[in-house]
Design a protein around this ligand. Structure first.
Ligand SMILES: NC(=O)c1ccc[n+]([C@@H]2O[C@H](COP(=O)([O-])OP(=O)(O)OC[C@H]3O[C@@H](n4cnc5c(N)ncnc54)[C@H](OP(=O)(O)O)[C@@H]3O)[C@@H](O)[C@H]2O)c1
Length: 219
């Protein structure tokens, strides 16, 4: 399961918790080569991550609504844009980078009906999965790659040749390659250059909503 950064801190300070730290050499972009990546949402995280993935040589299409602000921004930035259902169709990796509060509805109405069998679903926050607001099919990998920073810093540090740290997590490993995918997404956005953490714990924590913008960890 995913837990919030708040509990991560609690566990960190109150409970013994094993943590695996990964660096750039642990991640292989090959896990994403030849795969179509749909980045759903082009806001704070969506724009930064989509641009970094594109600059890392990956096949990125942004899913946005035609009447929204993001559509034009994507076009100005020179990336491919499509309406959300069309972006999801045929995508091997679907990155849910919409505001947490709208993710469940957009997932139900526009993502789930178009999700390819065996596609990976990725989040930058554990909210929707932790609270069972989204229940992906058992055939999907479900992963998280949560940069510990606003998108602006993700992009800036990437263009400077470095990155911000991130937390990665695997909620569901249908393919047997879910961790490799999470690490590859992190590498393509910069985080493993400083470090990626994957906390592990046998204890099932009780998540709360109290952290305002928590990044996430997984048990
Ligand atoms: N912000 C951070 O610093 C940060 C850090 C780590 C993790 N995260 C996580 O990253 C994820 C994305 O957060 P964010 O802050 O990047 O979100 P955000 O900036 O608020 O997302 C805005 C994007 O969502 C689209 N959108 C909003 N409502 C929509 C709707 N009803 N239908 C279709 N598109 C809609 C917007 O499209 P329009 O332009 O058309 O309105 C825009 O492209 C969340 O899970 C968040 O917890 C955020």
């Amino acid at each position: 399961m995913f837990i919030s950064g708040h509990e991560f801190a609690e566990l960190n300070y109150g409970v013994t918790m094993a943590t695996t730290i990964y660096h750039d050499s642990d991640a292989d972009l090959g896990a994403l080569k030849g795969k179509k990546i749909a980045v759903i949402g082009y806001g704070n995280q969506g724009r930064a991550q989509a641009l970094c993935l594109h600059d890392s040589g990956l096949d990125v299409v942004v899913g946005a609504r035609k009447n929204g602000k993001s559509w034009e921004s994507v076009q100005k930035d020179g990336l491919k844009v499509a309406e959300i259902p069309d972006a999801v169709k045929g995508a091997d990796v679907v990155m849910m980078l919409l505001p947490d509060e709208v993710q469940p509805r957009i997932y139900k109405e526009q993502v789930a009906p178009n999700l390819k069998d065996g596609a990976a679903l990725e989040f930058a926050h554990g909210f929707a999965i932790t609270f069972d607001l989204i229940t992906p099919p058992s055939t999907c990998d479900v992963i998280m790659m949560a940069p510990k920073s606003p998108g602006r810093m993700v992009r800036q540090t990437f263009t400077e040749g470095f990155g911000v740290p991130a937390l990665i997590a695997v909620h569901q490993d249908a393919s047997g390659n879910a961790k490799k995918l999470a690490l590859a997404l992190a590498k393509a956005s910069g985080p493993p250059r400083p470090a990626c953490w994957r906390p592990t714990s046998a204890r099932r924590p009780r998540p709360t909503c109290s952290a305002s913008r928590p990044c996430c960890a997984a048990a």
